[in-house]
Design a protein around this ligand. Structure first.
Ligand code: RB5
Length: 146
């Protein structure tokens, strides 16, 4: 399974830690940058992650900026993307089980690396439950068409 990862300048160190962590769990990572320490614009990398997932180049995405908010907003502007900012594992797990999230976002200035690993693991280990949640996710995705 492939995971597209993208981040702004604030997220390089945490991205590399989480990249190694998910690779250790057997996932292949597509690193969409940035890997340059200069200040950059999170929408560029959010869109890259969103498009990689929406186009099927990757199965899932992980996006990191200072808070996780800006880059998740950019991801969510790509049709088909359900990006969720998570600062703890419970929300990460439920975002998969109930919302079928396909991009996980978190903030490099919000969560430490060990918590980020726990969030990532909870998210990757959870599966969409379908059923009543499918109808609600479908309703969310219908909004894109209006
Ligand atoms: C960069 O300073 C910061 O604004 C960005 O990383 C992110 O937190 C935006 O949502």
């Amino acid at each position: 399974m492939k995971i597209a990862m993208g981040n702004d300048h604030t997220g390089i160190e945490l991205k590399n830690i989480i990249k190694e962590f998910v690779e250790g769990k057997g996932y292949e990572v597509i690193d969409l940058g940035t890997n340059a320490p200069e200040s950059c614009d999170y929408p560029v990398y959010g869109e890259k992650v969103g498009r990689a997932v929406a186009d099927g180049e990757a199965d899932l995405g992980i996006a990191i900026c200072g808070t996780g908010v800006g880059i998740s907003l950019a991801c969510n502007k790509v049709k088909g993307i359900r990006a969720c900012v998570c600062s703890e594992p419970y929300t990460a797990k439920l975002s998969r089980q109930h919302n079928n999230s396909n991009v996980l976002a978190f903030g490099s200035r919000v969560v430490g690396s060990e918590l980020a690993k726990m969030i990532t693991e909870a998210w990757l280990d959870a599966a969409f439950e379908g059923g009543r949640h499918q109808r609600r996710v479908d309703m969310v995705m219908e909004i894109e068409k209006r």
